[in-house]
Ligand binder design. Structure first.
Ligand code: MRU
Length: 340
């Protein structure tokens, strides 16, 4: 089965797979502090909406190790201080804020001083991770019937094991179909500019023995026109109450193409990705990343230095383009409350 993206070290630090190095090198890093974790999230060493929530919760615990001898009030003040830079590391995926709010709430409500509170927070971070792993599996079960023997799936970015605590969201039905002995083929959009599709999705699928074909993002429309795609499966970083959702830039274009060509288009996400405070997708904050990601490829310039560039990391796909939402409780429809 797929790779595991995160783990505790024996000393309570957080071990991550540095996703910047894939597929060339499989490098694990032990993150000892909140500053190191915030930097890892910001620079996409760890990425994917559910995984950055889990990583932030675990990073908070790692950063609080030195406070275990502190009295209660001091420990709680440190929880607040250390949660802030983690929450600010990336703006779009709501899972990050959700996980940190849960950790802050649990700390405030638990009894005891620093040592007891730290133990409680470590259990809570582990629970967030384990719950995500279980939700991934249930999302896979919800989508399994969509992936019959011989199915051809198109996906975008990486919404697999490298983006979650388990077998992924969009890739979960693919993994379960493969586990059930079905032949599945996955078209993987390369996902410019950071290439999460080519570098990460193709890496984890090949690692799991699932056939995949990397395509330039611009090839998706032609493939749909040639009836080469049975369904599209993508993840989400934030889903508004009406079902509009943010996901990696390029998702909206795929959704429009899918509707045009009659290709079913599914959004797969755990309920921790829902932001019921937003009525629709217009309020979702879209991360603007450094333009160097667009103007370079593998460290080499691909555009004149004097050219301008834009690098929105996400786009919003209106709910009307979505055939269905695969969540841990099955195939669901908007509107979404806090617990769909
Ligand atoms: O910028 P990234 O790589 O963190 O973007 C990730 C995505 O857009 C994923 O599709 C999304 O987080 C869903 S992950 C299960």
């Amino acid at each position: 089965m797929p790779v595991q993206a995160i783990a505790w070290t024996p000393s309570g630090a957080v071990r991550i797979v540095d996703q910047r190095a894939l597929p060339e090198a499989h490098i694990e890093r032990d993150l000892e502090s909140v500053a190191a974790m915030a930097e890892a999230i910001r620079t996409l060493q760890v990425r994917g909406a559910p995984l950055i929530g889990i990583a932030a919760a675990m990073g908070l615990v790692a950063g609080l190790r030195d406070e275990r001898g502190a009295p209660r009030e001091r420990f709680l003040a440190r929880v607040e201080e250390l949660a802030a830079p983690l929450a600010a590391a990336r703006p779009t995926a709501v899972n990050l804020r959700w996980a940190l709010d849960r950790m802050r709430r649990v700390a405030a409500q638990a009894p005891g001083d620093g040592a007891a509170l730290w133990d409680r927070l470590k259990s809570e971070a582990t629970a967030i991770w384990e719950e995500d792993r279980a939700m991934c599996r249930r999302i896979g079960e919800a989508g399994l019937a969509l992936v019959p023997d011989g199915a051809t799936v198109l996906t975008h970015c990486n919404a697999g094991a490298l983006a979650t605590g388990g077998i992924g969201t969009a890739l979960a039905p693919v993994y379960l179909a493969h586990e059930a002995g079905r032949r599945v083929r996955v078209y993987v959009g390369e996902t410019r500019p950071v290439l999460q599709g080519a570098r990460l999705t193709a890496w984890e699928l090949t690692h799991a023995g699932i056939p995949c074909t990397v395509i330039a993002d611009a090839a998706a429309g032609a493939l749909m026109r040639q009836a080469e795609v049975d369904l599209a499966l993508v993840g989400a970083d934030r889903i508004a109450a009406n079902g509009d959702f943010a996901n990696k830039i390029g998702t909206y274009a795929l959704a429009v193409l899918a509707l045009h060509h009659g290709v079913p288009f599914y959004c797969a996400a755990p309920s921790t990705t829902i932001d019921a405070t937003l009525a629709d997708g217009d309020g979702i904050p879209i991360e603007q990343r450094p333009v160097e990601e667009v103007k370079t490829l593998a460290g080499r310039p691909i555009a004149p230095a004097a050219a301008g560039a834009l690098n929105p990391a996400f786009d919003v796909t209106p709910a009307r383009y979505v055939t269905g939402y695969l969540m841990e409780r099955g195939m669901v429809k908007p509107p979404f409350g806090a617990d769909p």
